[in-house]
Design a protein around this ligand. Structure first.
Ligand code: PBG
Length: 326
């Protein structure tokens, strides 16, 4: 009888290591950090156990830990003291993420700092751009100059990578031109151009205090039912000059990560969002799942085609990678 013996390659641990196709490295991990403008705060986010809002004067401790674990990049999200309809805190030269970036660059010049270019954490209405007074919808073209200003102030603060997540049409082209004109043609854009209007962002909005006060984000973020639309977003972002593409969320969108990997030669980033973190964290903490599911989820994103992963699990993953457990 002739049949294939697949089990030959699964017989011992070393054999399985040898034929493993997908790997997770500390270099793949990007760790999100929420920085608050108020001093002396280190407050755990109720819906995201183990993740904190941290003041600048307490940030060093967190960065020390990240660097010691061998994590090579972080993304800062800001919680400002002051919010207004124009989101002016986003493009203030001494805004909260700009200052977090400066501090990080002073302490650890090599640690890659990614800054999220969006207005929603800074607007009093919680939307990602300016509101048109007549339609009450986000005004695409009026928001673009403010987003450009935000990106330029972030680059001036020393950001290594600009990551716009606002989902306005034309944001990559405008930000690219703005950065080039300000002398930052060497700074890459990691575009969040494939961002779905997802309920998995709930805990992030608690953490960043950025829940929209009216309406939702469905006129600018993508419909979870659509796949070809992601490829249209990819196409325009590539033409406009994106250097890397984020797909967000990750776990319910592994097919989209694979599509982007197949259609593009750009590095692909999976954003393992707050709701995905909260679900997995809770199930582990309740004893329903073994903590090894975390690595399994990360491997699934890499197997789908992601090169890097933005994840709130970065620290515990790095610890396991360093111990040789992953
Ligand atoms: C800002 C932004 C959001 C996330 C990252 N950048 C929130 C949103 O669009 O509501 C979500 C990240 C997460 O859930 O972990 N536009």
């Amino acid at each position: 009888m002739n049949f294939d013996r697949h089990r030959r390659l699964r017989r011992t641990s070393f054999m399985r290591d040898m034929v493993r196709e997908t790997h997770l490295r500390t270099e793949d991990l990007i760790y999100p950090i929420f920085v608050v403008e108020k001093p002396d705060v280190k407050a755990e986010i109720p819906s995201m156990k183990g993740i904190y809002q941290i003041s600048l004067n307490l940030l060093k401790e967190e960065l020390d830990e990240v660097v010691k674990l061998g994590i090579k990049s972080v993304v800062f999200f800001g919680i400002p003291n002051h919010k207004d309809p124009e989101g002016s805190g986003a493009y203030h030269d001494h805004g909260i993420v700009q200052e977090a970036c400066r501090l990080s660059k002073q302490l650890y010049p090599e640690l890659l700092v990614i800054l999220d270019t969006c207005l929603c954490e800074y607007t009093d209405h919680g939307h990602c751009g300016l509101i048109d007074p007549v339609t009450k919808d986000v005004d695409n073209d009026a928001s673009l100059p403010l987003l450009v200003q935000t990106a330029v102030s972030q680059a001036k603060a020393g950001a290594d990578i600009i990551a716009p997540s606002n989902m306005m049409d034309g944001f990559v082209a405008h930000i690219r031109q703005g950065l080039d004109e300000a002398g930052f043609s060497h700074i890459p854009i990691m575009s969040y151009g494939i961002k779905y209007a997802s309920k998995f962002y709930g805990p992030f909005r608690d953490a960043a205090e950025s829940t929209p006060s009216f309406g939702d984000r469905r006129t600018y973020q993508m419909d979870p039912a659509n796949r070809l639309e992601a490829l249209r977003e990819l196409e325009s972002d590539e033409l406009e000059g994106a250097d890397m593409m984020i797909v967000k969320p990750a776990l319910s969108y592994l097919d989209i990560i694979r599509d982007v990997r197949n259609e593009s030669n750009l590095p692909v980033v999976a954003y393992n969002v707050s709701g995905e973190y909260a679900m997995t964290r809770t199930a582990i903490d309740m004893g329903l799942l073994d903590e090894e599911v975390i690595a399994e989820q990360m491997i699934s994103m890499k197997r789908a085609g992601a090169d890097m992963i933005i994840t709130y699990f970065a620290k515990e993953l790095a610890e396991k990678i360093n111990k040789g457990e992953i």
